[in-house]
Design a protein around this ligand. Structure first.
Ligand code: KE4
Length: 426
């Protein structure tokens, strides 16, 4: 019996490249047919055939208070009645700027836009405008959205200019991007010794979620902070995924390291399109209409999207919100590790706040190279067994997972029971 997912997927592929509006959704990494959803509520999703799932993607992070939270939906409905967009300033944007400054004190000034990609692209342009330098540094395995200069992979060796990691990116653009190995402190020191005064900015995921979950060595982050300060390079923490997720104040609060700029997305919009970049006032004053760095957006600071974000950010300030979220996530990964151990399967897992990583290898990877050693085939088998049991994990061995405040003890217990079955079948 052909599922509606298959029918929809076949039709979608005629009119939408790969049948999806974002590549990871196509299940190319895990195989099989992507699930088309029609409803979400709390920790649950229902697909077009009415099959129910426990959701550990949370729309890749935004749905931290659960799907269709009644207070978020009500706030959006109320504000939408006053029109969806003005293309002019509103008091809501000031409210969001004040809240961001309160929750992320390093963001003395902030600009809203409509995606994490826009946020990181704008932060990099601002850093180049502020320093007058062209070179930027990123880390292999970190993803910062799809602007040209960030779709770059490491050139041969560790300390070379980048090569395009996507079609359509001119080599001349990639050439300004240097890519280093995450958690490699020596490579950092070597780079700055050689080119430190030519670097406009370093952009990093302070906790990585885009090559699965990779936790930073504190000494690596501290060295990065010191070297950027010494050489006048702008340190950008890309907290699109970690912001409000690993801690109310993001990874910068968790590790007590103050970046010069921060990018935000996902949770800040509560499921509607909001991105943000901000930081030191002297850097942000480079932006038009005050300074010479141009950056703009028709729907930047959109009142409906900002309202969804403001309500979500209000809800996550509840007492013990992040303590409870981290505890629930820990309960999940400890249960999964115990189930794998019981089945004699080589598996590990870890979590930071409300995000987690599952690995089919002995140890939790600390670098891109180690991550690539994990058993992708075992992950793919595990993914489909869990999907059959109604557990929806990220369709790639190289993505982090997410828990929301709506995930109950029953959800965790059902997930662990499904994992026992999946591990037994490996
Ligand atoms: P968006 O342009 O997708 O809103 O944000 C880009 C981005 C920037 N920085 C970080 C740290 C991110 O994780 C992201 C987006 N993350 C992916 C998940 N791996 C979004 C999912 C997708 O591309 O469909």
């Amino acid at each position: 019996m052909t599922s509606s997912n298959q029918t929809l997927f076949e039709k979608s592929q005629q009119l939408i490249p790969g049948g999806v509006n974002s590549p990871v959704r196509a299940f190319r990494s895990v195989g099989g047919t992507p699930i088309f959803f029609k409803k979400g509520l709390g920790s649950r999703l229902w697909d077009v055939d009415g099959k129910e799932y426990i959701d550990y993607i949370n729309s890749w992070g935004p749905m931290i208070v659960g799907h269709a939270h009644p207070e978020v939906i009500k706030a959006v409905q109320d504000v939408a009645e006053n029109s969806l967009s003005f293309g002019a300033p509103t008091g809501l944007e000031l409210e969001m700027a004040e809240l961001i400054n309160k929750l992320v004190p390093s963001m003395e000034q902030v600009r809203l836009n409509s995606s994490g990609t826009e946020a990181t692209m704008s932060a990099i342009r601002t850093s180049r405008g502020f320093t007058g330098r062209d070179k930027i540094v990123k880390f292999e395995g970190c993803y910062h959205g799809h602007s040209d200069g960030l779709l770059v992979k490491a050139g041969s060796g560790l300390l070379t200019f980048g090569e395009p990691d996507s079609g359509g990116v001119p080599a001349s653009v990639a050439a300004h991007t240097l890519t280093l190995e995450y958690n490699n402190t020596q490579a950092l020191k070597d780079l700055f010794a050689k080119l430190g005064d030519e670097i406009a900015c370093v952009i990093i995921e302070p906790v990585v979620g885009n090559m699965n979950l990779i936790v930073p060595h504190v000494e690596f982050l501290q060295t990065l902070r010191e070297l950027c300060t010494k050489h006048g390079a702008v340190l950008i923490f890309d907290e699109v995924m970690t912001g409000f997720r690993v801690h109310l104040g993001g990874a910068q609060a968790l590790y007590n390291i103050k970046p010069d700029m921060t990018t935000l997305g996902k949770v800040i919009g509560g499921g509607l399109p909001v991105g943000a970049f901000g930081g030191r006032k002297d850097i942000m004053q480079c932006l038009a209409p005050v300074g010479k760095v141009y950056q703009a957006g028709t729907l930047s600071g959109n009142p409906v999207a900002v309202t969804a974000g403001l309500k979500t950010l209000a809800l996550i300030q509840a007492p013990n919100f992040h303590v409870n979220l981290a505890a629930q996530t820990t309960k999940l990964i400890e249960g999964l590790k115990a189930a794998a151990n019981e089945a004699g399967v080589i598996f590990n897992a870890q979590s930071v706040g409300g995000m987690f990583g599952l690995y089919f290898c002995e140890h939790c990877p600390t670098s891109y190279h180690e991550m690539m050693q994990s058993n992708k085939e075992h992950f793919n088998h595990f993914f489909h067994s869990m999907l059959d049991s109604g557990i929806y994990l990220g369709p790639s061995a190289f993505e982090a997972g997410f828990v929301s405040a709506a995930h109950s003890d029953e959800d965790i217990a059902l997930t662990i029971a499904a994992a026992k079955k999946a591990f037994q079948s490996l």
